[in-house]
Design a protein around this ligand. Structure first.
Ligand code: 2PG
Ligand code: MG
Length: 427
């Protein structure tokens, strides 16, 4: 049996220049592995809580307490455990923390340790993580969902919609999807620059635009797809993350850019009109995390045409997924390991989504690093879509490039790229 011999942690920095936690695990096999906790900006209230030190250094966001928790109580508890028993490791982390939201030890401490352990288990077998997770199952590369314009909490609210993304239903493989997205990304940038609307890039590397309305982003993105030589919808389509929890004021949805406030019903009508007018195949968090009724109604009307994705709405929680499925709210679940805290609970959310007949998308956070664990989780677990932010900045490109390496390694052993099948029903 390979056991954990040493657990260490250090402070590193994320893509927003903020402190975060890196965990490092060593095993009796001689293997070791590291993982870095990511951080969200538009977080759901049901997420595992990061432990931040408060006070003045680093704007109160320092993580030295979370690091101390890994070095002492967590290390004491985990040293000696079987590195191949991820369920037992995660159960020990959950029990040691003892809170519902992992706030005592810190969600950031727990997720870094849990991910580092699963990496070390793969390393002890001498295989990459995706292969360790897939076992004897054949795997496919996931369809990338890539941000072109960033807004919302990632661009100081410059536009209300948080993510204008593309997916490539027409691409034959992962590499082709990235190549097409690169063309669209640069075409979109050229359009903005020409019109004097390019203000740099937002937190995830998508352009920070100065649109006059939210709909202008849809017009510009559709034209960029055409400028790049693709057929909107068939080749390259639009996905949106409204992150609507951030827009909620009382019972209404506030569009600051347009200086108007809409009821849930009016907001839904606007989104339906967008789906009719633009090549949109997916909308994430179209309503706030607690607006179950609006989510249910919207899914009834639009769920046969587009992916209705829950992010803040589910917080990668298997229980929430089962409850929403009973009411027919959403048809796809965004999967973020740090929303729930451990690898075991993240996989339970994937299984709950599958049991409900829901789609799944593994996703990065807006605060990221060079850590590429999520690419391996998506491939190893057979999750057909992957959302990693934009097509610039190395914390994003590290993940796209890891997918390229795995696709290259798999060659003809890969299962069919799921893009066409995934979006066949959308119109
Ligand atoms: C989201 C994510 C990634 P954040 O809302 O889907 O885009 O953002 O990590 O800030 O929650
Ligand atoms: Mg989201």
């Amino acid at each position: 049996m390979d056991t954990i011999t040493k657990l260490h942690a250090r402070r590193v920095w994320d893509s927003r220049g903020r402190p975060t936690v890196e965990a490092e695990v060593h095993t009796s096999h001689g293997s070791s592995a590291r993982a870095i906790a990511p951080a969200g900006a538009s977080t759901g209230s049901g997420e595992a809580r990061d432990l931040r030190d408060g006070g003045t250094p680093c704007g109160g966001l320092d993580v030295m307490q979370a690091i101390e928790h890994i070095r002492h109580p967590i290390a004491q508890r985990l040293v000696g455990m079987n590195i191949q028993d991820q369920a037992a490791i995660d159960a020990a982390l959950i029990a040691l923390d003892g809170t519902a939201d992992k706030s005592r030890l810190g969600g950031n401490a727990i997720v870094a340790v849990s991910l580092a352990c699963v990496h070390a288990a793969a390393a002890a077998h001498g295989v990459p993580l995706w292969q360790h997770l897939a076992g004897s199952q054949r795997v496919a590369l996931p369809v990338p969902e890539i941000q072109i314009f960033g807004g919302g909490a990632h661009a100081r609210g410059r536009v209300d919609v948080q993510d204008y993304l593309v997916v490539c239903p027409g691409a034959r493989n992962f590499a082709e999807a990235l190549e097409w997205t690169a063309e669209v990304y640069h075409a979109a940038g050229a359009r903005l620059a020409k019109k004097g609307q390019l203000q740099g890039v937002a937190d995830e590397g998508g352009y920070w635009p100065s649109f006059k309305s939210n709909e202008e982003g849809l017009i510009e993105l559709t034209r960029a797809i055409e400028d790049a030589g693709f057929k909107p919808r068939e080749d390259v389509a639009i996905a949106l993350d409204i992150a609507a929890t951030q827009l909620r004021v009382g019972a209404r949805y506030q569009l600051n850019l347009e200086n108007r406030s809409l009821s849930a019903e009016q907001f839904g009508i606007m989104l339906e009109r967008w789906v009719d007018a633009y090549p949109i195949v997916s909308i994430e968090d179209p309503f706030a995390e607690d607006d179950v009724e609006a989510m249910q109604h919207f899914t009834q009307r639009m769920g046969h045409r587009i992916q209705v994705v829950g992010d803040d709405f589910f917080c990668t929680d298997a229980q929430r997924i089962r409850a929403a499925a009973e009411r027919g709210a959403c048809n796809t679940v965004l999967i973020k390991p740090n929303q729930v805290g451990t690898v075991t609970e993240t996989f339970a959310a994937v299984q709950a989504a599958r049991a409900a007949g829901y789609g799944t998308i593994v996703s990065a956070r807006s605060g990221e690093s060079e850590d590429v664990s999520i690419v391996h989780l998506a491939i190893g677990w057979g999750v057909p879509e992957l959302k990693v932010g934009s097509f610039s900045r190395s914390e994003r490109m590290a993940k796209w490039n890891e997918g390229l390496r795995i696709e290259d390694y798999l060659g003809t052993h890969a299962l069919a790229f799921p893009a066409r099948k995934l979006f066949a029903h959308t119109h």
